[in-house]
Design a protein around this ligand. Structure first.
Ligand code: X8Z
Ligand code: ZN
Length: 597
């Protein structure tokens, strides 16, 4: 979802704003009304510039997108500052909420200084562009490898030297980003401070309808809830990797080398499932193989995702979605392949931008992205400032919630599988899911633990990379496969760091999607263990889900959560419930083996 910047023009300031005399409620209402109308118009322009840049990276499209963003952010900042005129006024809740949101919806605030504001937006575009164009050209080889090639290699190869080469090759693309990143941190902080935040990280933490410090405590609480499950999974996988790669490559009780987990960032581990499959409980099918053997094309992949939503009662995607989306990587130009879902006109013109591979992973990513698009359509009747998710974790959780209903029984129903494995194979299925969802939890936490400290100055530039690996070791229990130095900039080899996209949303989504799934499964009348429930084709579940989605950002997120689940807190008991049978099994497997690092 590319809504990095809220676009507001200075012209949105109503004439009344400049009026002398004390502020009035009427004036505030008019101010917000004008701002929303103007905002909508300008947002569309910004989205279009960003879309063209992301699907055709050139110096020109980058410059144009930077300019559009700069104009927009400058105006937004200016408007947020001017809205302080109403600070002391008692306003209707709705108007007060919208005024607060003006300030909170920015992920990047430009400093007032014109030169600095231009520099910041140019740097932001340039860092994302460098990432998008990133390639590894092995010495002596005739062709260079892009991230899609390297992703396939990391998933499939079992040769440590080859994995290491790909890992190093990709991480090298981030070195040139480092000096730009240092400057970006300084300028983004300056902009955030001018808006009254302590730094850019504090600005990001302020969005959760609670004091920023309370939010940090909530994260600690959630992490403590799930940490035992992660530790068990980590210990089990470490043993399996040790069996595969040998005691010299994988320590018995230390961190796992980050290149052996089947993913460039070691963020999800499902690609090493074949090395870890339980002997008697392997479900015996491979969705990637099924999709490939049926010659499923990229459009059909997207249709599968759409069909899930329409089965719940959501309207099909508009024709323009199919005409304007990017599904495959173009051969003749540079693009940002990292998947995203767009809402160009904030009404009908939703799009998907992906470089689809015919794999189970992309099958699920399509559900993830369409979740954004269906959410966007669900809240499109809201006033402009409320056309967003209850909090950013909700936006990331919608499609993943649907993907949790992609059970073997569901695959049978849609004709992708002949026969669902019986219950004796559940541990294999759960292990596969845990390698995706449980493995991700500390990664979801760690990126912004690092960035928040970078923005606050606790991690200075001369310790960027060292601190990155300290945190990855602490939370994830992974280690760099080779010695790293401060010439390296390993965080920048991850899209969201290079593109100024906050990341805590994915940690929240990893917790929330299980909470949503648990509630929806109950609504759908499923009394089986949670991992066996699918809400496919259940209109009542769809109706209840939509009730939450259509609220958008109009109310604090605990109300949206309560609407669906009856719960007002984020709660990791749902993910623990889901994986309860696996936790038991893992503990048996880990008996007598070291746990932790
Ligand atoms: O960035 C994404 C989506 C786009 S919002 C593809 N995700 C995170 C990532 O790839 O790092 C989805 C899960 C985590
Ligand atoms: Zn997403």
């Amino acid at each position: 979802m590319k809504r990095t910047f809220i676009l507001i023009a200075a012209a949105a300031l109503s004439a009344a704003m400049q009026a002398a005399g004390p502020p009035t409620v009427h004036e505030a209402q008019k101010f917000i009304e004008d701002a929303e109308a103007r905002l909508l118009a300008l947002s569309v322009e910004g989205q279009r510039a960003d879309w063209v840049k992301s699907t055709y990276i050139t110096d020109d499209t980058e410059a144009l997108a930077a300019k559009a963003d700069e104009r927009a952010i400058n105006a937004a900042v200016d408007l947020a500052k001017k809205s302080t005129r109403f600070d002391a006024l008692k306003l209707p809740d709705d108007v007060r909420r919208k005024i607060n949101l003006l300030k909170l919806s920015l992920t990047l605030a430009t400093p007032a200084d014109a030169k600095e504001s231009e520099e910041l937006t140019r740097i932001a575009e340039s860092m994302e562009g460098t990432y998008g164009k990133g390639k590894y050209c092995p010495p002596g080889a005739s062709a260079c490898l892009d991230l899609e090639d390297l992703t396939r290699l990391m998933a499939a190869s079992r040769k440590p030297a080859e994995l290491l080469d790909a890992w190093r090759g990709w991480h090298a693309i981030a070195r040139p980003i480092r000096p730009e990143f240092v400057r970006y941190v300084a300028l983004a902080n300056k902009g955030a401070r001018e808006l009254g935040f302590a730094n850019n990280g504090a600005m990001w933490r302020a969005k959760y309808d609670m004091p920023p410090d309370d939010f940090a405590k909530e994260l600690d609480r959630l992490w403590e809830q799930v940490r035992p499950l992660y530790l068990s999974l980590h210990a089990y996988i470490r043993t399996k990797l040790r069996e595969q790669y040998g005691a010299g490559a994988v320590p018995a009780d230390g961190p796992i080398p980050a290149h052996l987990l089947g993913n460039m960032w070691a963020q999800t581990w499902d690609n090493v499932y074949p090395l870890a499959a339980p002997r008697d409980a392997d479900p015996g099918f491979d969705l990637s193989e099924i999709l490939k053997s049926r010659k499923t094309d990229y459009k059909q992949m997207v249709h599968y995702g759409e069909h899930f939503f329409t089965s719940l009662g959501f309207a099909p995607l508009p024709e323009s979605f199919w005409e304007r989306s990017q599904f495959v990587k173009p051969r003749d130009r540079e693009v940002v392949c990292h998947a995203s879902a767009w809402d160009i006109d904030f009404v009908e013109d939703v799009r998907l931008k992906m470089c689809i591979d015919i794999t189970a992973e992309d099958f699920l990513t399509i559900h993830h992205e369409l979740g954004h698009n269906f959410y966007q359509r669900a809240y499109d009747k809201q006033p402009f400032l409320y056309r967003d998710s209850a909090n950013d974790g909700f936006h990331e959780a919608v499609g993943d919630t649907m993907a949790l209903s992609v059970t073997p029984d569901y695959l049978v129903k849609i004709g992708l599988l002949d026969k669902a494995p019986d219950g004796s194979k559940d541990i294999g299925l759960l292990l596969g899911k845990a390698l995706e969802k449980v493995a991700f939890l500390p990664f979801g936490l760690v990126i912004d633990q690092w960035r928040w400290k970078v923005f606050s100055g606790e991690i200075p530039p001369e310790r960027y990379n060292q601190a990155w690996w300290e945190l990855r070791r602490k939370y994830q229990g992974v280690a760099p496969p080779v010695a790293r130095g401060e010439d390296d900039f390993d965080p920048g080899a991850k899209y969201h760091v290079a593109s100024n996209t906050p990341y805590m949303r994915y940690f929240l989504a990893d917790i929330l999607q299980f909470q949503f799934h648990r509630a929806l499964a109950r609504i759908a009348g499923c009394h089986e263990p949670l991992h066996r429930c699918s809400i496919y084709d259940n209109k009542e579940a769809g109706r209840r889900f939509n009730e939450m989605l259509e609220m958008g950002l109009s109310r604090p997120w605990p109300e949206a959560l309560a609407k669906l689940t009856g719960e007002r807190k984020m709660d990791a008991t749902a993910i623990r419930d889901y994986f309860a049978p696996l936790q038991k099994w893992l503990d048996q497997q880990n008996q007598g083996k070291p746990v932790g690092w």
